[in-house]
Design a protein around this ligand. Structure first.
Ligand code: IDP
Ligand code: MG
Length: 139
């Protein structure tokens, strides 16, 4: 059965461009509830740990530099079928391929700087949420 929570980050480009409010409004309008949220900043080491699954990929270094280049908004979101519904709402990794109306289509600059993260499975949603939040920060 699909779980009801996912994890997201509004990435440094989107925070820098002033899109936090617009993106959160879309997320809330689409029925997601915020269970945890913080403005924070990753170090290159923490970004490397978060994206360790990609460490063999050619873009890993660039990804860690980008994800530590400025503050992000990290959040745990709740909704029925959260992981799948949120991935649909953010759109394809490459904003040029993302559907009309998706968050990446609306706010992303490029394949690398693509505005927002969404967990790709229930298991990863849990791991990623715990990476940023203690149980006392989840409501
Ligand atoms: P996802 O965020 O849609 O799940 P992943 O393939 O898991 O996409 O990649 C993680 C992140 O790495 C992407 O969101 C994007 O920021 C970056 N990325 C993915 N592919 C490339 C690439 O080919 N060049 C540069 N950056 C990339
Ligand atoms: Mg991914």
């Amino acid at each position: 059965m699909a779980g009801n929570t996912t994890f997201t980050m509004i990435k440094p480009d989107a925070v820098q461009n002033g899109y936090i409010g617009d993106i959160l409004a879309i997320i809330l309008k689409n029925g997601f509830k915020i269970r945890a949220m913080k403005l924070t900043r990753l170090t290159p080491e923490l970004a490397g740990k978060f994206y360790a699954i990609h460490r063999e990929r050619p873009f890993y270094g660039e990804l860690c530099t980008y994800m530590s280049s400025g503050p992000i908004v990290a959040a745990i979101l709740e909704k029925d079928n959260a992981v799948e519904d949120f991935r649909r709402l953010i759109g394809a990794t490459d904003p040029a391929k993302a559907e009309e109306g998706t968050i990446r289509r609306l706010f992303a600059r490029s394949l690398a700087e693509n505005a927002i993260h969404g967990s790709d499975s229930d298991d990863n949603a849990l791991v990623e949420g715990r990476f940023f939040f203690s149980e006392f920060e989840m409501y």
